[in-house]
Structures are given as structure tokens and as C-alpha cells.
Design a protein around this ligand. Structure first.
Ligand code: SAH
Length: 347
């Protein structure tokens, strides 16, 4: 295993079979070795700096029906909400005072948010906080819409590909949602000039290790600027609510592999990781992640953006707990920086 990990660290790429071998045989010893290598690379590129992004969950109305997601259209039990532009600006105001210089607007695919309304929201945020970056995570749109948002000032876009295998994709989504369109969106976003984030769930139902290898190879080929990885966590009011959750160890292993594959990649230690284990956030960072995304959504609706059961949304997951989070990161040797934290190409 060590030889394979060393090879990945120097060449940044492994053959399909080698990746499969690494994922299948990574025991605790190999994992420690892999994580240490990933931390080395992380430190070389980012020092001990952790970037923060303020997450604003804009709306939980969604016209999609992803079988794993708690805010899917068919979940009649979900209590729906959408934030007003004023509420969003308030979140940014709070966030900016706390030191956030990136705001992530994430939401379900809510038709009530017209392109015009999103453009105007981006313009208001940009004019109030010109020193801050805006990341959108609003799902699949037409290229012309992505272009309008970009021209209005949006800097980045997060759209996980969810799984790079079309057959697996079809098991997790209804027929009218295709991997082909998801990929089309990702390539459109990249060609427009966004810093693009993609990613997937680890341990999603029916996922095989071969699927995960395809995910890694897709990422290697696509070369995104950000990759979000989290364990699948079931939501009781979805068709996949009785499936087993993903593994934290495998999630961490994949974070570390990604760090070695793309040394300057922005990798968040996700809320799903923080949910699956009390120290998941820190463990993600110790496996090579370098971004955290505390929640700036108004507390009154925060519990309603429930993608999976028991989502961590208290204490340090919340922006109010930033000081506490800072303390916990300091304890493992890292520090949060006040910065947009843009992707930097390696010279
Ligand atoms: N509508 C936006 C935002 C989706 S929510 C979009 O389509 O991109 C952000 C991510 O949460 C999803 O991409 C998915 O990977 C993750 N997610 C959804 N349900 C989940 C679950 N049950 N367990 C873990 N992660 C989940």
C-alpha cells in the first residue's frame, strides 16, 4: 500500500486498477500514512490556513426528486421556506462582521427564484460587499442563466456530479434527471469562467468501489477547483431512508486521495462529516481538507433545510460558533483566515 500511496503522491495519478486496490485494501496503517502524505501536500500549498465560507440556505423548495434528498419534491413532510432578499443580505452582514469573505447561496431548484431575482440578489451582495466572493449552488440551469449570474458577479458554482456512472445515477434519480445534463452543466460552468466545484456522496445506495474509482477519474479529468465529499446519510422520509449510511473512514480516504491528485484543490470538510462523527470536521482536515462552511442561515429556518436526518446545525456548525470552531482547529494546528480563499493555480 505504501508504495502505491507514494506513487500517487509523486505522479498524482494512478491506474484504475491501482485506485481500486487502494480503496479496497486501505487499512488503518495505510490510512495514517495516506493522511500524513495528504497533510504534507496541503501544508506545502496552504500552510496551516483554513478558508471559511458562509453558507446561506436560500430555499428548500425543490422541483427535483433525488431519491436520497430530504428536500425532494415528493417529501410532503418537509416544511418549506424561502428567504427574502433582505434576509439574505442580513445573513451576509452578520457573516461579513464575523470575517466571512465568501458567501455560498445554496438551495433547492425553486422556480420562484427567477433568473432576474437571482441576478439582483448577486448585484446587491456584490455592491454591499465588493471584497467578497459569491458562490452559487442552485442546481441545474441553462447555460444562458449561468452566464447571466456570472456577469452579475457570481464567482464560483458548486454542483456535485453525485456519481460519474450513468447506471448508478439512474438508481438515485428519477428518469427526467440525467447524468448527461448534470455533466453538461458542469462543462458550461467551466467554459463561462466560474471556479467550479463538484463532488459526490460516499456510500450512497448501490455505490460500488468501482463507481468511486470512476468518480475519482472523472475529477482527475475535469480538474475542478473545488470538490465536496461527504458520507451518504439517510433521511427517513425518502425512498432511500432505510439504507445504511456511508463510512467516515472511506470518506476521509477519498479526501486524502483527492489532495494527492490535485494538490491545490479546495476541499471542504463537510457538514455530513461533522454529522456522522463528533470530530468529523477535524478528521476531514487531518485527512487533507482545507475549507469549512459554517452555516449563516437564519436560525428560525435552519432546521428546515434537512437533506438528511440529524444534520449537524448547532454549535460549531453554525457561524455563531465560529470562535469555538476556531479553538478546535487551533487545537489540531490550523488557523482560520479572513480571505476570499480563491483557487490558485500552481505556477
Ligand atoms: N440543489 C443543489 C444543492 C443540493 S444540496 C444542487 O443540485 O446542487 C447539496 C448536496 O447535498 C447534494 O449535491 C448532495 O450530494 C448532498 N446530499 C443530499 N442529500 C444527501 C444525503 N441524504 N446524505 C448526504 N448528502 C446529501
Amino acid at each position: 500500500m505504501k508504495r502505491l500511496i507514494d506513487k500517487l503522491a509523486t505522479r498524482r495519478i494512478l491506474e484504475k486498477e491501482e485506485l481500486l486496490r487502494l480503496l479496497s485494501n486501505c487499512d488503518q496503517n495505510s490510512r495514517s500514512y495516506l493522511f500524513a502524505k495528504a497533510r504534507d501536500v496541503d501544508e506545502r500549498h496552504f500552510g496551516n490556513q483554513i478558508y471559511i465560507r458562509g453558507l446561506i440556505e436560500l430555499t428548500n423548495y425543490c422541483k427535483c426528486d433525488c431519491l436520497y434528498c430530504g428536500i425532494r419534491r415528493s417529501n410532503k413532510k418537509a416544511e418549506r421556506y424561502r428567504l427574502t432578499p433582505d434576509e439574505v443580505l442580513k445573513c451576509c452582514e452578520t457573516g461579513h462582521k464575523l470575517g466571512f469573505r465568501t458567501f455560498v447561496l445554496q438551495g433547492g431548484e425553486d422556480s420562484r427564484f427567477s433568473d432576474d431575482s437571482i441576478v439582483s440578489l448577486i448585484e446587491s451582495i456584490k455592491s454591499a460587499y465588493p471584497d467578497s466572493a459569491i458562490t452559487l449552488s442552485l442546481g441545474e440551469k441553462r447555460k444562458a442563466s449561468y452566464k447571466r449570474f456570472f456577469d452579475a458577479g457570481a464567482d464560483r458554482y458548486l454542483l456535485r456530479h453525485e456519481t460519474a456512472d450513468p447506471i448508478h445515477y439512474a438508481k438515485l434519480h428519477p428518469n427526467n434527471q440525467t447524468l448527461q445534463n448534470r455533466m453538461r452543466c458542469l462543462y458550461d460552468l467551466k467554459s463561462i469562467g466560474y471556479q467550479v466545484g463538484t463532488g459526490f456522496m460516499v456510500g450512497s445506495p448501490y455505490q460500488t468501489l468501482e463507481n468511486l474509482v470512476s468518480d475519482l477519474l472523472f475529477i482527475q479529468d475535469f480538474q475542478p477547483q473545488m470538490v465536496g465529499i461527504g458520507p451518504f446519510l439517510p433521511h427517513r422520509d425518502t425512498p432511500l431512508g432505510h439504507q445504511t449510511k456511508g463510512s467516515m473512514e472511506l470518506t476521509l480516504t477519498i479526501i486524502a486521495i483527492l489532495r494527492l491528485m490535485i494538490p491545490n484543490l479546495l476541499i471542504p470538510s463537510t457538514t455530513a462529516l461533522a454529522t456522522i462523527h463528533p470530530s468529523g470536521r477535524e478528521q476531514g482536515i487531518l485527512a487533507g481538507a482545507n475549507v469549512v462552511m459554517p452555516n449563516l442561515t437564519p436560525t428560525s429556518v435552519r432546521k428546515k433545510y434537512l437533506l438528511y436526518d440529524d444534520k449537524a446545525c448547532t454549535d460549531q456548525e453554525a457561524a455563531e460558533g465560529l470562535m469555538a470552531l476556531q479553538g478546535r482547529l487551533k487545537a489540531i494546528g490550523y488557523r482560520i483566515v479572513v480571505s476570499r480563499g480563491d483557487f490558485k493555480p500552481i505556477d
